[in-house]
Design a binder for this molecule. Sequence first.
Ligand SMILES: [Zn+2]
Length: 299
Amino acid sequence: MRRAGIGVTVLVILLAWLFPLGAQDTRLPPVFDGAAALRHVERLVAIGPRPAGSPAAARARTYIVDELRKAGVPARVEAFEAATPHGRLPMANVVSALPGRRRDTIVIAGHYDTKWFKDFAFVGANDGGSSAALLIELARRLHARQHEYTYWVVWLDGEEARESWTSTDSLYGSRWMAAQLSKSRQLPSAVIVADMIGDRELGIRREAASTPWMSDVIWASAARLGYSAYFLPDSMAVEDDHAPFMRLGVPAALLIDFDFPPWHTAEDTLDKVSARSLEVVGKVILDALPGIEDGLSPV
Ligand SMILES: [Zn+2]
């Protein structure tokens, strides 16, 4: 097709301005700094293995809190004790509460602990590192913009099982937080969980147990931003930190790329993670939030 003449171009621009195709098409693409997120992964990996209850996990927590406070983003630490097959361990979630125009809350969460292995050093660049890093940049972006809902960005401790995955040996941080919020009748309106989203070869499937309309909104944002190659149409079931909230009736969606050969091996290292993948997921989440807010309170 030939390039349209100037007169036609002006007319097209004028018509587009007079008759916008809808809010979806006129919204600015979200801003998310993938390179900054990758630097956080690098700093976390440099700490070494960061299993829940260890001094290294405390250092990772300090890094997250310091990065937030440096950027003027509020952060608090919620400590608790968890009964594990290795005894009672001190654990702590980090919460960045970002008030909106209303008090109803949307939680965006991920874990920052790495799985404990006796036989090798597991640094969890993707599994533990990527989610923690993504959330630091998300919190910075959300702090910088106005929103209708209140957002809690949450770094969960103890997602990983100490031994093998059971209902009592896994999801320590999310189970504790969901129980606390349920007790105080402060359950969030919705929960989004990201886990293992830094894989260079990103391919996120819809998670089968997640609330379908929330996945629909997120996948629609991916398509709108031109990221359908990374957000695949098929689904698989993965139990993760969204589960304790879903069991209490909270709508939730999990974003995870479980097709990751280095999963829980010594090969889950920095070179497996890319700034691009972190940026794709960060932008998709930011883009999806207004749609999720609309889905929670239909007009
Ligand atoms: Zn894991």
